[in-house]
Design a protein. Structure first.
Length: 50
């Protein structure tokens, strides 16, 4: 998605995750946590763009 120019910033990533039926649990300054029913705990993604 980023390669095709569809994701350019943090808000685009959050929108793409929500459109893919992921529930955002926590949005912090440098991370996004996604709720995971299967793992039983939130999955944290981080990096320069998150």
């Amino acid at each position: 998605m980023a390669k095709n120019g569809l994701v350019k910033n943090r808000d685009d990533i959050i929108a793409a995750l929500q459109n893919a039926v992921f529930e955002i649990a926590i949005k912090e300054s440098k991370t996004i946590s996604i709720k995971s029913q299967q793992a039983g705990q939130n999955i944290r993604i981080n990096g320069a763009i998150y």
